[in-house]
Design a binder for this molecule. Sequence first.
Ligand SMILES: NC(=O)c1ccc[n+]([C@@H]2O[C@H](COP(=O)([O-])OP(=O)(O)OC[C@H]3O[C@@H](n4cnc5c(N)ncnc54)[C@H](OP(=O)(O)O)[C@@H]3O)[C@@H](O)[C@H]2O)c1
Length: 268
Amino acid sequence: MFKDLFSLQGRVALVTGGSRGIGKMIAAGFLSQGAAKVYITARKAGPCEATAKELTAKYGGECIALPIDISTMAGIEMLAAEIKKREPKLDILVNNAGAAWGADFDEFRESGWDKVMNLNLKTPFFLTKALAAPLRAAASAEKPAKVINIASIDGIFVNPMETYSYAASKAGLIHLTRRMAVKLIGDHVVVSAIAPGPFKSDMNKAARDNADEVSKRVPSGRIGTDEDMAGAAIYLASRAGDYVVGATIPVDGGIVYANPGIKGDGWG
Ligand SMILES: NC(=O)c1ccc[n+]([C@@H]2O[C@H](COP(=O)([O-])OP(=O)(O)OC[C@H]3O[C@@H](n4cnc5c(N)ncnc54)[C@H](OP(=O)(O)O)[C@@H]3O)[C@@H](O)[C@H]2O)c1
């Protein structure tokens, strides 16, 4: 009964922003569990193709690079067309590509708002919509298709950094996950999300370059690893996660749910 609970044998997945960081961790995890094909996207073709080559060589399945900028509707349509041209069915979509922007409140520019909101919030909605046909074609009551949105703990608690659009985009994505789940569960497409804490990446340079310092603020006493991120994504993508609908799982070493927040006697 529990055999192959976490298996992704034969599945076809798309991981946006899979060339590095969290997206690469997830793409590698899917391939390690038997996924047949994992498509990855990024703007820069070189690193995207290098990662696809690296992961294909390391695991059984095939990792395929589709270097496309998905921050615009034209890019979203182009990516969806490429997938639909190749695949009648898409089992798993991971909306991972994201951007951050930080600036003082009084200096915050409109460009820093639009860039982040477009890629982090608008793109997951319209890319899922553009890929609804192959997702629905892959989905059944016995084997639902999956949409996994990569949010952030910054959408749940207030990060002291002045990343206004980032925080709003991630809080929005968490609620969008619920709203889309309501609609798509009727088609056996399960929508859920992961809210990562600190993981090494180009975006999270603090975790990458000052892991010891960042670790002091994490109840688990360390930053996240490839296994932590892949584990959560494999869980949601596989049979094991079929009943997790509309939920956002923090994968953060306890920052959100096991953190006293303030030192001393507390609030009362
Ligand atoms: N690392 C963390 O600690 C952390 C914590 C919480 C949440 N997250 C979330 O996790 C996700 C991945 O972040 P990361 O830390 O792995 O960041 P990252 O290292 O900067 O990776 C971002 C990925 O997205 C791609 N990308 C960026 N803009 C794109 C665009 N317009 N079109 C297509 N691809 C694009 C990048 O490739 P190109 O640059 O070549 O386009 C890259 O593959 C983001 O949604 C982020 O908000 C990360």
